[in-house]
Ligand binder design. Structure first.
Ligand code: NDP
Ligand code: OXD
Length: 309
């Protein structure tokens, strides 16, 4: 069995060593132009030439949860794409989002600023019922994040394409459910995949339906958000601010106003990192299963090419 590895912006050597150890007997190599045809590919944003040359792949494994960049390429007809299914990301995402929600709700930034000025002062505690949190996307990551927030007794709502039931979370679905979901949300968390249906979903028209004093946490993709609409809604006072981990252009260009906006906190696409050991174990386990004759449909994380996630 041949496995080819082609991951942009990734140190290849530890991945190659890990995959070789997890797949003894397989030949696991770094792809280069003209390489021999492989059975399986492990990729992150490969060049188009990679797929043009590797037309006979049995499956493509993406070393991330989001496949938006991959789905823009011309893939060999019918090749299954398998994304990471959690692989240690949901716990990180729950930490990041709970931290951002609590930091805003408890006004820790304001306390930090006052302490820096030598002030010992109290703020009136907010009521949780005034800070309902709405999570867009109730998949592997969104569901875990919703459950974690509910543990802190925030009122939590979730929105997904298909109807869902999550204990402690009021669930909405589809276009029909979006209006009511937004109208009841004060802190909005985006954990949607980026697809033609969800691109620019965080724009003036949707953000202005949120409760006054709304706060946005975008941990999905920069393409979900219309940057200027967010800034305008914060500056006019409808929104209180935002925590953003993802951007249309990454790294965020030095001149972008998000760097300096006093009500916007940014982090460098780090809310849930791909963990190498967990990811290798998951991908190698799936390759072994396929090699033993398991069907693609039996694997978790298979991308539906029509839905785009
Ligand atoms: P999943 O595929 O498991 O979940 C996606 C969720 O979004 C599902 O609940 C799905 O609904 C819902 N959804 C998709 N399209 C629509 C739509 N048009 N309307 C309403 N709901 C929709 O993905 P994950 O939870 O694993 O990951 C989500 C995203 O998080 C990734 O695609 C990636 O972009 C981002 N991500 C960001 C990271 C970071 O570090 N910032 C790290 C990892 C991921 P349904 O359940 O009905 O299918
Ligand atoms: C992912 C990411 O999609 O890191 O996994 O953004």
């Amino acid at each position: 069995m041949r496995v080819t590895f082609c991951c942009t912006d990734t140190k290849a050597q530890p991945w190659l060593e890990g995959l070789r150890a997890a797949l003894p007997g397989a030949s696991v190599d770094l792809w280069s132009a003209g390489a021999a045809p492989a059975d399986y590919a492990v990729v992150w944003v490969p060049p188009q030439q990679f797929f043009d040359e590797q037309a006979g792949l049995k499956a493509v494994f993406n070393i991330g949860a989001g496949v938006d960049a991959l789905m823009k390429l011309r893939l060999p007809a019918g090749v299954p794409v398998v994304r990471l299914d959690d692989a240690g990301m949901s716990a990180q995402m729950a930490e990041y989002v709970c931290h951002a929600v609590i930091r805003h709700f408890r006004e820790f930034d304001a306390y930090e600023a006052e302490v820096a000025e030598g002030k010992w002062s109290y703020r009136k505690p907010h009521l949780r019922e005034d800070f309902p949190v709405g999570v867009m996307g109730l998949g592997v990551l969104g569901e875990r994040v919703s459950r974690a927030l509910a543990q802190f007794d925030f009122p939590v709502m979730g929105w997904s394409r298909s109807a869902k039931t999550v204990t402690g979370v009021k669930c909405f679905s589809g276009d029909a459910g979006l209006h009511d979901f937004l109208a009841a949300t004060r802190i909005l968390v985006c954990l949607l995949p980026l697809t033609p249906d969800t691109e620019n979903i965080l724009r003036r028209e949707t953000l202005q339906r949120l409760l006054p004093g709304a706060y946005l946490i975008n941990v999905a993709r920069g393409g979900h958000l219309v940057d200027d609409d967010l800034i305008a809604l914060i500056d006019c006072g409808h929104m209180a601010g935002a925590t953003l981990d993802v951007f249309r252009t990454e790294p965020l260009p030095a001149a972008h106003p998000f760097w300096r906006h006093p009500k916007i906190t940014i982090t460098p696409h780090t809310s849930a990192r791909t963990l190498r050991e967990e990811s290798i174990a998951q991908i190698a386990g799936k390759i072994r299963a396929l090699d033993r004759g398991a069907s693609i449909a039996s694997l978790a994380g298979v991308v539906d090419s029509k839905k785009g996630y």
